[in-house]
Design a protein around this ligand. Sequence first.
Ligand code: HEM
Length: 246
Amino acid sequence: MSTLSVIYALLFYAATALLVVGLAYRIKTYATTPTPLKIPTMPAPLTKSGAAFRVFKEVAFFESLFKSNRWIWIFAVLFHAGLALALSRHVRYFQADVWLVIKLIQPFGIYGGMAMVAGLLGLWARRVVQERIRYISGPSDHLMLALLVLIGISGLMMKYVAHTDIVQVKVFFLGLMRFNIQELPADGPLMVHLAAVATLMIVFPFSKLLHVPGVFFSPARNQVDDARDKRHLAAWAAPMDADREA
Ligand code: HEM
């Protein structure tokens, strides 16, 4: 067993643990943060199912971005839809018997990879070219984009420039899932790809990428506009309210 395979195996165990624990902690914090006021962005839905549909439209189509900035919306959709396709293509590395839908998605996954990188470059260009946006962009904004571009380009390099042994990559990851470390091919683009992926997993719970779970908890989007029908009371305020009533 090569030292490199062991190092990458330990790296992926650590990255997975940090990602799972970190995300669970963040989601718990979001779910238990009091929302003392009714603040849905108007016009807002009047029913719970209406509010759920509004969140769905935001997650699936980036509705508010569509209304506010068409250029960012185009690049954001290119990136996120491309990412979804590329990631679906990757499911085969983690399944001994690959599902039919994952087999069918393979050729589209490649276009997904290209769309993902194109979208990222568009979003990045905006931060560099537009002076107002450049001024409010911090190092982490650039670093997250750089990391995702690095993952995309090293992935596409394995497809078009320097192939790696994808069967052995699969053996390695199936092995990891069974706590049985196997050999990982020591190819440059694969090493870069996987090191960048592990870095992404580690920084995810501390980064702006938390908008992924966060969008579901935005009171401006998920609240029902029923303040005129029933009194809104945050859960933590209920005991105080009961005392006052008594
Ligand atoms: C442990 C997780 C991962 C493994 C084992 C992995 C492995 C690979 C391999 C072997 C390829 C080359 C495929 C080929 O030659 O046909 C590839 C391509 C690619 N990877 Fe990954 N990757 C991982 C995670 C990711 C993540 C998280 C992203 C995106 C954020 C990503 C984005 C891409 C892209 C865009 C391509 C090129 C298009 C494609 O072949 O699907 N990968 N990856």
